[in-house]
Design a protein around this ligand. Structure first.
Ligand SMILES: NC(=O)c1ccc[n+]([C@@H]2O[C@H](COP(=O)([O-])OP(=O)(O)OC[C@H]3O[C@@H](n4cnc5c(N)ncnc54)[C@H](O)[C@@H]3O)[C@@H](O)[C@H]2O)c1
Ligand SMILES: O=CCc1c[nH]cn1
Length: 485
């Protein structure tokens, strides 16, 4: 399988290159080897992409929703047919195990194109009757040229979650992947074009933050959707505000999982595993502050340690038996190591892991701390790695107050067998995406996004349509015009 892309950028239906742009190395996190190289976009490439996406938009929006939807659904079918190759590529790009990528990445992207492809033909305005026979009708219209900017943890999913609703509504898109994982979005662009999306409708340009910044300040751009960290979100939101552009901000988190004494222990451990160690802990909605009620705490810690000791298979991410891969980069591994050292220094009790195995690749062991207090750095800052912190509590009121005591508000979950408590706690959470007796699922049918500093707007579900379109009001008079003079 070829890992090196045909060229760095995909613009106007073709791969394009400008070797004047500096090199970005694509490093395979399992071996540390450079497996591909792309060039960062030059000002000429950025201009080419903006001009192409702008020129393509009117014709794309003028097509019927059914036609746009058919193309998106065809793209979904191609993605599913190529799931194996796309998953292998996702694993090279990120280091996530093929066991995960083969069920969670291209499949999630295909779900987005299928779902929004299905909705495209059903997008309508409404008719509003008024006094005297006058009426208003509304037209749901595309915003225009949208820019998507991605993080490195889910490159195919992010490129698709932004592209699918944008294109369904009649917008065109320029997507800039993370410089750490530049490969997968190119495949999404290639597939959309093959499925029948006209040239210029979905484009990909490579680069670091400066390329993203140039895209979002161009007056031809109507909207920016970022998936990234809170510090980047603040900068991008501020730049977008200069031009009063629409925004979606999918940012970081420090989400709580609350486990009550009456919870099913095995399910609670499974939820905490999913919420801390899936994708080697590199998931935005991870529940890294695990509040465990005192009566179940020791049983929870024992079972978690047993499951980690017997269940984790760390190794070659392309091996389908591997279920725990390396961190995405050496830099991310050293950030996580720094947090583990802080956890120890600030007095948390290391219950499991904490080390870096003697093997090639940017591996770090799944790590569990107990006796974590609310003021410790590992309980306050997003780590974005496989580090689970257990904090114990006595009462429901206390757990909710402490769970909400964070600037973030991405996700939250509660594990209990008490039905009314489950809904009461979910209502009290200050978070955009809540779970009862599970964690971290993100089906395309459900809104996904954050409250507080974790973001603005929602991806997925019918709500995403509102973030990629706007309503035009048309007032129709059926009467003579009354004027004062
Ligand atoms: N809420 C979500 O849905 C979600 C999903 C995945 C990841 N994330 C978050 O993403 C972060 C990890 O990803 P990361 O390290 O790639 O994030 P990051 O903020 O460093 O970078 C994200 C993207 O923004 C670009 N960028 C950086 N500075 C920019 C600027 N000034 N203008 C425009 N673009 C700029 C980067 O090149 C990259 O493509 C974590 O905080 C994680 O929680 C959130
Ligand atoms: O990384 C954040 C988005 C996500 C959550 N679950 C799967 N993808």
């Amino acid at each position: 399988m070829q890992i090196q892309p045909t060229a760095s950028h995909f613009i106007n239906g073709a791969y394009v290159e400008d070797t004047a742009g500096h090199f970005i190395d694509v490093v395979y996190p399992y071996t540390g080897e450079v497996v591909a190289k792309v060039h960062s976009a030059t000002p000429a490439i950025i201009e080419q992409a903006i001009a192409a996406a702008k020129a393509a938009q009117a014709d794309w929006a003028a097509r019927s929703g059914v036609e746009r939807g058919r193309i998106l659904r065809r793209a979904a079918d191609i993605m599913r047919d190529r799931n194996h190759d796309l998953s292998v590529l996702e694993t090279y790009d990120t280091g996530k195990p093929y066991q995960e990528t083969s069920v969670a990445d291209a499949t999630s992207g295909a779900d987005a194109f299928e779902y929004f492809g299905g909705l495209a033909g059903a997008l309508t305005g409404e008719h509003i009757p008024l006094a005297g026979g006058d009426f208003v009708y509304t037209r749901r219209e595309a915003l225009g040229l949208c820019v998507g900017i991605g993080a490195w943890n889910y490159p195919t999913q992010i490129a698709s979650w932004k592209g699918a609703p944008a294109l369904a509504c009649g917008n065109t898109m320029i997507f800039k992947p993370s410089e750490t994982t530049p490969l997968c979005a190119l495949k999404v662009a290639e597939i959309l074009y093959e499925a029948g999306a006209p040239a210029g409708v979905y484009n990909v340009v490579q680069g670091l933050g400066n390329v993203g910044a140039s895209l979002i300040t161009d007056p031809r751009v109507a909207k920016v959707s970022l998936t990234g960290s809170v510090p980047t979100g603040k900068k991008v939101y501020a730049s977008a505000a200069e031009g009063l552009r629409h925004v979606t901000m999918e940012l970081g988190g420090k989400s709580p999982i609350i486990i009550f004494d009456d919870a099913d222990l095995e399910n609670a451990v499974s939820g905490a595993v999913l919420g801390n160690f899936y994708s080697t802990g590199q998931v935005c909605s991870n529940g890294t502050r695990v509040f465990v009620q005192k009566g179940i705490k020791e049983a929870f810690l024992n079972r978690m340690s047993e499951r980690l000791a017997s269940g984790v298979n760390m190794g070659d991410p392309q091996d389908p038996d591997t279920n725990f891969g390396p961190m995405v980069s050496e830099n991310q591994r050293s950030i996580v190591q720094g947090y583990i050292e802080k956890g120890k220094a600030e007095g948390a009790r290391l219950v499991h892991g904490g080390g870096t195995p003697e093997k090639e690749g940017f591996f770090i062991e799944p790590t569990v701390f107990a006796d974590v207090t609310d003021d410790m750095t590992i309980a306050r800052e997003e780590i974005f790695g496989p580090v689970l912190s257990v904090l114990d509590f006595d009462t429901e009121e206390e757990a909710i107050r402490r769970a909400n005591d964070t600037e973030f508000g991405l996700a939250a979950s509660v594990f209990t067998n008490d039905l009314t408590r489950a809904h009461r706690v979910s209502a009290a959470f200050e978070a955009g995406t809540c779970y009862i007796n599970t964690h971290n699922l993100a089906p395309v049918e459900a809104p996904f996004g954050g409250s507080k500093m974790s973001g603005v707007g929602r991806e997925n579900s019918k709500l995403a349509i509102n973030h990629y379109s706007e309503m035009k009001t048309v007032y129709v008079s059926m009467n003579d015009v009354e004027a004062p003079f």
